[in-house]
Design a binder for this molecule. Structure first.
Ligand SMILES: Cc1ncc(COP(=O)(O)O)c(C=O)c1O
Length: 458
């Protein structure tokens, strides 16, 4: 029997909603969560969220049996797709033999192999000598490991960071976040060691940045220049070419370390294994997480060996560790992911996906509600004209079976971090669906002028 490609997609992978959204089981779970979880965590509303039950590729099934198309890789984690690189088998096999060890006391061979492989895929591949690794769990822990390393290596306490940057929410990482939203309630407990400069969007802004940074760095108090190579949660801002080279040059000139937070951009999110490779810049420390495992809370701060050796040799008590450091399930998943990312075809595959996304999103540029469409690789932002406009579009997208996120300080960027699991036809479908979402909202006129409820961004 002959069926058209479109019908086949509709039957197998495109959204298939069989209940109202959220469905009855999601609503019931929301009711229970409202009574049992800190009310600050999960955004609960009449139209949000759906509770996930199962994933595969770029699809999510909720507890009511609805099938969604995920355009976020679930916070940029499942870049290769849900269940990719043998995740399920690795989980099952590792979980069955050794699910936990004693990370900094009696570790595993997996931890040894992962540290070796992480050093090889970064400093080794860059021809920059030996690298050494400090593992963590959440991404913010890798950032905090980098902050501590920079202090030990340079003896300088200040960090130069960027407005709009997001590095996570532990107190150290929070201090170098470049926005007020997450910081202001906790200001009384935050330390004062960060200086902020604007993240450049244009060549003209980049030109202004150089003297500003030089003025701060020339005080001789800055141990680290910390940057995201593409501003992720800050709104998918791709800086002008030369940004990372400028940071490298200024850090070198003023005795600071260059720390790149590639927790979001690492592992081909922007088209190269690491985003710093677009400019051929080697950092002193790189922070990794998210797609490093594709499914498990494991992060890493990888540094030039000479810098990392600023840490004293352990005399029996590590200065920076945690109970689950180097968890064997996480290590096994990361090793499987590194095998996948190391394949010679990845860059070409991502380039094909990037071109498809560019084409699928291009028509949005002419929409009056859209201020800009920008991105690189598998990281795209649709900037809307009205503050807060991304939230209503996320909810509208959910009603059409699309999982979306918002970004940007004032919630006006629709953030797309899709996985490689989408087919070209699905990308085309997603582009058209987003176009319709923008058009529908515009006719309801809310994304041109109003700010509605705030939703989780990423
Ligand atoms: C660039 C960047 N750094 C750090 C983090 C924090 O990672 P985590 O939420 O795993 O702590 C994020 C999370 O989105 C991120 O995008």
């Amino acid at each position: 029997m002959f069926i058209s490609v479109h019908l086949w997609l509709k039957l197998t992978v495109l959204p298939n909603l069989i209940t109202a959204i959220p469905g009855p089981r999601s609503r019931e779970l929301a009711r229970r969560l409202a009574a049992s979880e800190s009310r600050n965590i999960t955004y609960l509303a009449a139209d949000f969220p759906v509770f996930w039950e199962r994933t595969d590729g770029a699809n999510v099934w909720d507890v009511d049996g609805n099938r969604f198309l995920d355009l976020t890789s679930a916070f940029g984690v499942a870049t290769a797709g849900f269940g990719a690189h043998r995740q399920r088998q690795v989980f099952a096999a590792q979980g069955a033999t050794l699910a936990h060890a004693m990370g900094d006391v009696h570790p595993t061979a997996l931890k040894v192999e992962l540290c070796e492989r992480l050093a090889a895929v970064t400093f080794g591949r860059w021809g920059a000598g030996a690298g050494k690794v400090l593992l963590g769990n959440s991404g913010f822990e890798a950032v905090e490991a980098a902050l501590k390393t920079a202090l030990l290596a340079t003896g300088r306490r200040r960090v130069l960071a960027f407005e709009g940057a997001y590095h996570g929410l532990g107190f150290g990482a929070l201090t170098v976040n470049g926005g007020e939203f997450f910081k202001s309630p906790f200001r009384a407990q935050l330390a004062d060691f960060a200086d902020f400069v604007p993240y450049p969007r244009t060549a003209a802004e980049l030109a202004k940045l150089a003297p500003l940074m030089a003025a701060i760095l020339s005080r001789g108090e800055t141990g680290a220049v910390l940057a995201e190579p593409v501003l992720g949660r800050g709104g998918e801002v791709v800086p002008p070419d030369g940004f990372l080279r400028l940071l490298r040059r200024l850090a070198d000139a003023h005795g600071a370390l260059l720390v790149l937070d590639e927790i979001y951009t690492g592992f081909f999110r922007t088209g190269k294994m690491f985003a710093c490779e677009h400019e051929g810049v080697t950092p002193d420390l790189i922070c990794l997480g998210k797609a490093l495992t594709g499914a498990f809370p494991l992060s890493a701060c990888v540094g030039r060996a000479a810098v990392m050796d600023a840490w004293p040799r352990s005399a029996g008590e590590a200065l920076h560790t945690s109970t689950f450091l180097g968890n064997p399930v996480g290590c096994a998943l990361a090793l499987a992911a590194l095998d996948f990312w190391g394949h010679a075809d990845r860059e070409r595959q991502i380039a094909a996906h990037a071109a498809a996304w560019r084409a699928a999103l291009a028509p949005l540029r002419s929409r009056s509600a859209v201020a800009a469409v920008r991105g690189r690789g598998l990281l795209w932002g649709v900037e809307l004209r009205a503050p807060g406009a991304a939230g209503p579009l996320m909810a509208d997208g959910l009603q059409r079976g699309l999982i979306l996120l918002g970004a940007g300080a004032d919630g006006r960027v629709l953030s797309l971090a899709p996985s490689m699991a989408l087919t070209m036809a699905e990308i085309e479908f997603a582009g058209e669906a987003i176009g319709e979402l923008v058009r529908e909202r515009k006719t309801q006129s809310s994304i041109l002028k109003t700010t509605t409820g705030k939703r989780k961004t990423s």
